[in-house]
Design a protein around this ligand. Sequence first.
Ligand code: DGL
Length: 253
Amino acid sequence: MRPVAIFDSGIGGLTVMAEVQRRMPHLPLIFYADQDHVPYGNKTPERIRAYMIEVLEDLKPYNIQALLLACNTATSAAADFLRAQTDFPIVGMEPAVKPAVLKEAVDKKILVSATDLTLRLDKLTRLIKNLAAEDRVQRLSLQELVAFAEKGDFDSPAVEQYLRDQLQPYDLSTVGALVLGCTHFLYFKPLLEAILPPAIDIIDGNAGTVKQLQKLIVYHEDGQGAEPRPQFIVSGRPASKEEDFFQACLRRS
Ligand code: DGL
């Protein structure tokens, strides 16, 4: 089986990789984190497209069968651009607004959290418009969570205060669901569950994305063989000192 590469600006993509491993334990995986350039959410789409060209170059020797963009921001800025120059499938991510809109009562608001760039780009506006949900959706930037996550800080008083400050302008009694539209944000689910009123559902798009990947690739169970060890790459070089942290993040996911 040819490997699948999973890409993110940093550790957020490991939350998606954990889901891939649960569903397809024998799939050979390469995890690529562009930590030299994280965060992506405060960069321009042009910058991100330039980074992604380098990522494709770095992945060439691995003969991958598909690339999973485990990053909402890179998907919004670069997925179509990358598809135009590759002959393997590129699976992207988008904030799970659709399942949230379908699940919640019509009088409930949907709070879509994401990076600054994901919230700003047309892709999200189009998604909301196609669902005729403009009146129900509110946008919430949680960009700083990316930096907290990269430091391995998932629950300190500082991150809790940041979340409380960001949520403060919203009337949470009208909200039915919080959509986690950035893969880094999944690490904060336990903290968010503790802060938010229990009636608010917390929804992410990881399972839907992995199901989509599963439809597009060649995968078979190898009954005898051991599960392959993933390879970890950081901005083009083999991860060495980062690997322990990545494995700890996978265990959390
Ligand atoms: N994990 C990313 C996402 O899903 C990107 C975060 C960032 O680098 O700003 O959007």
